[in-house]
Design a protein around this ligand. Structure first.
Ligand SMILES: O=P(O)(O)OC[C@H]1O[C@H](O)[C@H](O)[C@@H](O)[C@@H]1O
Length: 516
């Protein structure tokens, strides 16, 4: 099958994208949970599309969906199921999945009580600020949610985030906050992450300076390792919330990891996000492969990365609310499938996950879109048009026109003849610089009524797509061995930085000398 896909890709690579797209216009679109994805501007035709689908069937994507939702072991490295979907289930489940579903409920209840002034500070006042401390999967999701729905914030509560071990991050986050009215939420699945423990320790000291030993009563810890968290609290009171072990950090924004957002957002907002995600889950587990949006997008990722050798994908969010989505997706997709060896030590025979980057449209048009249009590389783009369509019509029309225009120009380009016909007075040299090669593939996703539910559906869509893409590449998307090495090396280098010994590597040793 691979050879078939390979030869189909080789023949399509040279085909004019405009012709391929014209042939599929209006016929290559799929819908799920209010989202529509138009895939007509991809290097596909009827034959290759059918071959890709056949490959997806042979690779067992529908069985993979069943395994995920049955709670089978889909994370062999940790010998665990992946139960992030259970956190957003809208009805009771059974077994371990039900425990996971219930794990988010105490956090929602706690948030409600903080908002209602039922849970108060050491001094008996209502909380005025929440400081979220976490990194990676314990940071990107809550940050994305808070930024997307800042207008749905409950009145009177300020939210700050701190992730980096660079001391300025915490100091900046604390600026203007009063320890007496701040709740610190520390999120770490392992409760062993250096950055988070460093920042939590400093935040505790900051609070202790005003509240003394009572400070821990204004600290909530969210973790899958309650023993370590309790040890950190050292016998003092503090709130503890569960981050279930079968939920990967980068799949955990639905869990108590988002406690700070639950407190920050008006009642019902977080529940709506969960509901939207559950809608995408229902689609994913029941839609047949040909109509299954996450499966089709995973197949597209497989096709672009492994057969058309596209080593990047650009996500262009035409929605100010989603401006942090590319950063969130970088962890979700690149940490999940940024691997070359699968379970059992079997190397993937394919080029795997592309580098993912992007940003906010139309802002990016005044920056890297130049590279997308006329740079020497052809990179598939993913447009996501999801503003609040009921806002000022002039802005919405302009945003929509820009998204549509960008996708069209990327695909269709602008030939020298077109440049000359439109601008006959140009010199030859300038006319040639105005040519756009075109042939740059894109997908176009849109939602007509974006809000918390649509947000939930979108993030769940990307989660499932990542899982299915991992399946196609023969990878386990739920582990991250590669991250560990850097941590180990940093620990080894610390003595050299404090003058105790030398780094083995001559370049590192010389850099340390320069820094001292
Ligand atoms: O939640 P934690 O255990 O603190 O982990 C925070 C993050 O750090 C790790 O190094 C992993 O690369 C991430 O997947 C994880 O989300």
């Amino acid at each position: 099958m691979r050879a078939d896909l390979g030869s189909l890709a080789a023949s399509l690579k040279a085909a004019p994208l405009k012709d391929l797209a014209t042939a599929r216009a209006g016929q290559a679109s799929l819908s799920a949970a209010g989202w529509t994805a138009d895939l007509s501007r991809q290097y596909l035709d009827a034959e290759s599309d059918a071959a890709l689908l056949a490959h997806g069937a042979k690779a067992g994507l529908e069985d993979a969906a069943a395994s995920l939702f049955n709670g089978d072991i889909v994370n062999p490295s940790e010998n665990r199921p992946a139960l992030h979907w259970a956190l957003r289930a809208q009805a009771p489940l059974s077994g371990e999945a039900e425990k996971v579903r219930q794990s988010v409920l105490p956090a929602l209840e706690f948030a409600r009580r903080v908002q209602e002034g039922d849970i108060r500070t050491v001094g008996g006042a209502s909380y005025k600020a929440v400081l979220h401390i976490g990194i990676g999967g314990s940071d990107f999701g809550p940050r994305l949610i808070a930024d997307a729905f800042a207008d749905l914030a409950a009145p009177g509560i300020e939210l700050r985030f701190c992730a980096n071990v660079d001391p300025w991050d915490l100091e900046h986050a604390l600026t203007g906050l009063d320890p007496a009215s701040t709740l610190v939420v520390g999120v770490s699945k392992s409760f062993g992450t250096e950055e988070t423990l460093y920042n939590l320790g400093r935040a505790r000291k900051w609070m202790e300076a005003s509240l003394g030993a009572e400070a821990s009563r204004q600290i909530a810890l969210v973790t899958a390792n309650p023993d370590r968290a309790k040890a950190w609290l050292g016998g003092n009171d503090g709130y503890l919330f569960d981050m279930p072990l079968p939920v990967g950090g980068r799949f955990s924004l639905w869990s108590a990891a988002s406690l700070a957002c639950m407190i920050y957002l008006k009642a019902g907002t977080f529940e709506a996000i969960l509901k939207g995600a559950a809608e995408m889950d229902a689609h994913t587990r029941s839609a047949p492969l040909a109509e299954n949006l996450p499966m089709r997008l995973a197949l597209l990722d497989f096709w672009n990365a492994s057969f058309l050798e596209r080593s990047m994908r650009v996500v262009l969010a035409y929605s100010h609310r989603l401006r942090m989505l590319p950063t969130y997706l970088q962890q979700l997709e690149m940490e999940s499938n940024g691997k070359s060896v699968g379970p059992g030590g079997v190397p993937s025979p394919y080029s795997t996950a592309p580098a993912l980057w992007g940003g906010e449209g139309s802002v990016g048009q005044h920056s890297y879109h130049q590279w997308l249009h006329q740079g020497s590389r052809s990179v598939p783009s993913e447009f996501i048009l999801a503003p609040d369509f009921d806002r000022d019509p002039e802005g919405i029309t302009a945003l929509t026109a820009h998204a549509l225009a960008q996708a069209e120009v990327l695909a269709n380009g602008r030939s020298l003849e077109e440049v000359r016909a439109e601008e006959p007075d140009l010199s030859d040299a300038v006319a040639k610089q105005k040519v756009h090669a075109g042939g740059r593939a894109s997908s176009f996703l849109h939602h007509k009524a974006f809000g918390p539910e649509a947000f939930g559906s979108l993030v769940a869509l990307y989660e499932h797509r990542t899982y299915f893409a991992g399946k196609l590449w023969g990878l386990n998307p739920f582990d991250q061995w590669g991250v560990e090495r850097g941590k180990t090396m940093a620990t080894r280098l610390k003595p050299a930085l404090s003058g105790d010994g030398m780094a083995d590597d001559p370049v590192t040793a010389s850099l340390i000398k320069d820094l001292s």
